[in-house]
Design a protein around this ligand. Structure first.
Ligand SMILES: [Zn+2]
Length: 98
């Protein structure tokens, strides 16, 4: 796990205005401190750069983990999580299916 500098952590949290970027809960309304999350986890070659970091509440960060997608309950289709910094992609996540 790459060290994320205090300055970079502060920048991520400030850009999000202290809101979780996934569920939008404000840090003042959360039971635990917000964290800095790799949107694309390091194990999937995600970089420790501002464009790949998000302010996340404890619950969202633990729920997402290092996953890139999940199976949608309604369609049973493997579905990519939205990337906070990229336009949404549509269609099946074929690159995750092997
Ligand atoms: Zn959240």
């Amino acid at each position: 796990m790459t060290y994320i500098s205090v300055a970079l952590r502060r920048q991520v949290i400030a850009l999000a205005n202290r809101h979780c970027e996934y569920c939008l809960v404000h840090a003042d309304d959360a039971a635990f401190e917000h964290e800095v999350d790799h949107i694309v986890a390091e194990k999937h070659r995600g970089l420790t750069v501002l464009a790949n970091l998000a302010c996340a509440c404890f619950a969202c960060n633990r729920s997402k983990g290092s996953d890139l997608g999940s199976v949608a309950k309604s369609t049973e289709a493997l579905t990519r999580f939205f990337h906070l910094r990229c336009p949404p992609k549509t269609g099946p996540v074929t690159e995750l299916v092997s």
